[in-house]
Design a protein around this ligand. Structure first.
Ligand SMILES: [Zn+2]
Length: 355
């Protein structure tokens, strides 16, 4: 249900180079009434229910020419700022007059968390939006946000990109997750194409082999995988920060992906051959104490190499935590506090086959 919607004429923003057609108030993220070569801002309404309502700021770019529909989500975690700022930049750098196809851009998927600077969780219902897809129209606020994004955005798209940064105080080196495996076999080629276009040093193949992998605590990106869309997860930057290199890196990655998909004209960025990895293995703490990292995100590590040490609060060693595989250290907890059950690090084993 769309109760509120705001339209801004592209021509008003850019001096009449293109313009938006009027649309019906119930159109949501549909673009059929939008003139080719124009864009429209939409506030997708998330109606109140058992708790407060909210809205999702989004933009439809309808290309001048026909082509694929790419959906992009920024801010599923509202404290992850670089993707949200990159989405703001795309409002200027992505011209619908040059576009073939349609881009459905969710600028801030999780507005209540963004407004409150809330790490991971929705401040209204305490849930992680990225674990409640496809959502429920009669659920709590996070579930209702997920339901609107699933229905209005992902369902309408042919391809999907979900943008994230390091969780909380993690140290993270940029990487892309490309989806393949038994349940995403036909999606793999385009997922890989999008992943390579970001030019990141590490690409991780996520093999979707079981329903549990697709469905368990379903994330926004796995909602797209479940719908049969070639899907890419992008990880670059750190939560709570706004470093230019990350904002520009995400923006440029999206524009280059659009060129790689044939949706924008122009030459591709210089190709980078990433290190390919095969899934990821979590290292989880069994202890409460103080954590001391012994490796750096992005580093290639050996099986058995110390990744972090944990001491008790008096400084006595409790345990050294080791890499479970030869691979790339994707991310590592950088903050001193650590508790049982918390992830210390994720290592992506090197892929042993050519793709
Ligand atoms: Zn995230």
């Amino acid at each position: 249900m769309i109760l509120r919607r705001r339209e801004v004429l592209y021509s008003a923003l850019l001096g009449g180079t293109a313009h938006a057609a009027p649309g019906s108030a119930s159109a949501g993220m549909s673009w059929q009434d939008l003139e080719p070569g124009s864009l429209r801002h939409v506030d997708l309404e998330v109606p109140g229910g058992i708790d407060a309502g909210t809205f999702i700021p989004a933009t439809i770019f309808r290309g001048r020419q026909a082509g694929p529909v790419l959906s992009i989500t920024a801010g599923v975690h509202g404290y992850e700022f670089p993707p949200i700022l990159a989405a703001q930049r795309l409002l200027k750098s992505l011209s619908p007059g040059l576009l073939s196809g349609t881009v459905l851009l969710v600028r801030i998927a999780h507005l209540p968390a963004f407004q409150r600077r809330s790490l991971f969780l929705n401040p209204i219902d305490g849930k992680n939006l990225n674990r409640v897809f496809p959502g429920r129209a009669n659920g709590t606020q996070s579930e209702r946000i997920a339901e609107v994004i699933s229905r209005e955005v992902i369902e309408r798209a042919d391809l999907h990109i979900d943008l994230h940064v390091a969780d909380g105080s993690e140290d993270l080196s940029p990487y892309v997750r490309v989806y393949g495996g038994l349940l995403a076999r036909e999606q793999f080629a385009k997922s890989k194409l999008m992943g390579l276009a970001f030019g990141f040093p590490v690409a991780v193949l996520y093999r979707m082999e079981t329903r549990q992998q697709v469905d368990g605590g379903r994330s926004c990106n796995r909602q797209a995988v479940a719908g049969g869309k070639p899907t890419l997860l992008v990880e670059m930057g750190a939560a709570g920060r706004r470093d230019e290199r990350w904002v520009a890196g995400i923006e440029n990655g999206i524009l280059n992906t659009l060129r790689a998909l044939g949706m924008l004209p122009g030459p591709l960025s210089e190709a980078v051959a990433p290190i390919w990895c095969d899934g990821e293995r979590s290292v989880v703490s069994q202890h409460a104490g103080i954590l001391y990292p012994a490796a750096v995100a992005g580093q290639q590590v050996r099986a058995g190499q110390v990744l972090a040490r944990i001491t008790d609060y008096a400084g006595a060693p409790l345990k050294d935590y080791l890499s479970p595989a030869d691979g790339v250290l994707l991310h590592l907890q950088a903050a001193p506090p650590i508790s049982p059950g918390e992830e210390i690090a994720a290592v992506a084993p090197l892929l042993n086959e050519a793709l």
